[in-house]
Design a protein around this ligand. Structure first.
Ligand SMILES: Cc1cc2nc3c(=O)[nH]c(=O)nc-3n(C[C@H](O)[C@H](O)[C@H](O)COP(=O)(O)OP(=O)(O)OC[C@H]3O[C@@H](n4cnc5c(N)ncnc54)[C@H](O)[C@@H]3O)c2cc1C
Length: 434
């Protein structure tokens, strides 16, 4: 197999990279071994939510300009603010083309309600999670009902209520909770208490149940104007179903992220994979890259578990294999490594230095910013310390940032994936002209 670009890992960063490469006509393949972090995420995209003291950032791009000077090793500083901006526009457009509309707040963060009832700063949210009409309704102090489905165990309205009542934006607002009882015809042979969000999302996807669900929502809302529901308003037809439910109930309905599996994250995953396929990209799912060979500073080929000794070749390669969570970085008792090529890592190999004593330490845990070390152009270094010129590392495999403390995971994945694609496209164009 000969490709222009071979990407390892179909998470947010690999998919963005693949879509951009394929959209420029490059022969692109993504090989991916398992589920990505989107299936566990809130489904909102965080660009930069908090500064090192924990203070909320209103305007992430303005903040990133300062970061370029203060932290040149941060992935955002490497790709530059201009690329970050462009990448976010690109991502929004690609999601829109696949039918997933995102809300933004110009270049400012917006604040949406989480499953725990807190307000979280994000750059993009799905329109069923946050939109301008909801913002106005919150500001008008319209009454809110936080609803759950009877028997659904992955969402806790009592917990949400306790938190949400303390939010400054909602001070003085009447907030109630309620339960929606599933009509008898939803019941299957399975125990109702085994239902997960994915089962319920499938129920919502079917138009025939909507009138009954709408009646139940109206009843449970008890006079509230805004209704929060756990996020499973459909997995295929979500935009249409959300609008239909709002029309049928006359209420403003917002979705709240629940425990995994995350329906909101799965929508992004599906949208990006659809775009990649539409553009002619090839996805080899369920296969794992386990090794490869670097010859004279260039990655020559990689091997996968399904094809054993077959050499998969490409002009350029991208590792978007994620962090510890997805196996892009692996830890053993006293060792942290990148498992495919043993690329140079940034971070201590001494176990006692990986974590802070207190779980809730304000400084976070050092291991969260460990990862593969790269130069400014995101090319990593091989085990011999030499740059691998035709390989780029993107997303959460990268060192130099803490996605949890900063609230920056989605933004780093998108901007670095987009950046690497840009480098590959221009190198490919230069080679064509030569
Ligand atoms: C629980 C959780 C919640 C989060 N919530 C948010 C949020 O609300 N907002 C936000 O902006 N960010 C959030 N993030 C961060 C953000 O989702 C991630 O930073 C981002 O999605 C990472 O994307 P990625 O492409 O780098 O890696 P991943 O999504 O981890 O994808 C890596 C992929 O590579 C595959 N892979 C690994 N090794 C191999 C191999 N050898 N061969 C083939 N395939 C391989 C994996 O199976 C996986 O599919 C969250 C992260 C987690 C873990």
């Amino acid at each position: 197999m000969n490709y222009d670009c071979l990407i390892v890992g179909a998470g947010l960063s690999g998919l963005v990279c693949g879509i951009r490469c394929a959209s420029e006509g490059l022969r692109t393949v993504i090989i991916s071994g398992g589920m990505n972090a989107l299936h566990f995420s809130s489904g909102s995209i965080d660009l930069m939510g908090y500064d090192p003291s924990g203070k909320v950032i209103q305007s992430p791009c303005r903040y990133l300009k300062q970061l370029e000077e203060k932290k040149p090793g941060h992935p955002y500083s490497k790709v530059g603010v201009k690329t970050v901006r462009e990448s976010m526009e690109f991502f929004k457009k690609q999601c829109g083309l696949a039918g997933l509309d995102l809300h933004d707040n110009g270049e400012e963060n917006h604040f949406h309600i989480t499953g725990l009832g807190t307000m979280k700063p994000s750059y993009f949210s799905q329109k069923s999670v946050f939109n301008d009409r909801l913002k106005e309704a919150y500001e008008r102090k319209d009454p809110i009902a936080v609803l759950n489905f009877d028997g659904f165990r992955d969402y806790f309205t009592a917990l949400t209520l306790e938190q949400i009542r303390g939010l400054p934006l909602l001070r003085g607002v009447r907030i109630t909770t309620g339960k929606i009882t599933l009509p008898y015809y939803f019941r299957t042979e399975r125990n109702l208490h085994e239902f997960r969000s994915i089962d319920l999302a499938r129920v919502f996807d079917s138009e025939k149940y909507l009138p009954r669900i709408a009646d139940e929502i109206k009843k449970a809302a008890g006079g509230a104007r805004i209704v929060g529901l756990p996020a499973f308003i459909g997995i295929d037809n979500f935009g249409w179903i959300h609008r239909r439910l709002e029309d049928m109930t006359g209420l403003l309905i917002y979705e709240v992220p629940t425990l995994p599996p995350s329906i909101l994250g799965m929508r992004i995953d599906r949208a990006l994979k659809t775009r990649f396929a539409d553009l002619g990209g090839e996805l080899s799912a369920g296969d794992k890259v386990f090794g490869g060979e670097i010859i004279d500073g260039m990655l020559d080929h990689v091997h996968t578990e399904n094809y054993g000794s077959t050499r998969h070749r490409s002009r350029f390669y991208v590792f978007s294999t994620g962090s510890f969570f997805s196996g892009g970085i692996r830890s053993e008792f006293n060792k942290i490594e990148e498992p495919i090529l043993k690329l140079r890592m940034s971070g201590s190999q001494e176990r006692s230095k990986w974590y802070s004593e207190s779980f809730f330490d304000k400084k976070g845990h050092p291991f969260l910013s460990y990862g593969v070390d790269t130069g400014k152009t995101l090319n990593p270094y091989g085990a011999d310390g030499k740059t691998v010129k035709n390989l780029f590392c993107v997303g959460s495999i990268l060192a130099g940032y803490d996605p949890i403390r900063e609230g920056s995971g989605g933004g780093v994945a998108i901007s670095t994936g987009y950046y690497a694609a840009g480098k590959i496209i221009s190198a490919r164009k230069k080679a064509d002209l030569a």
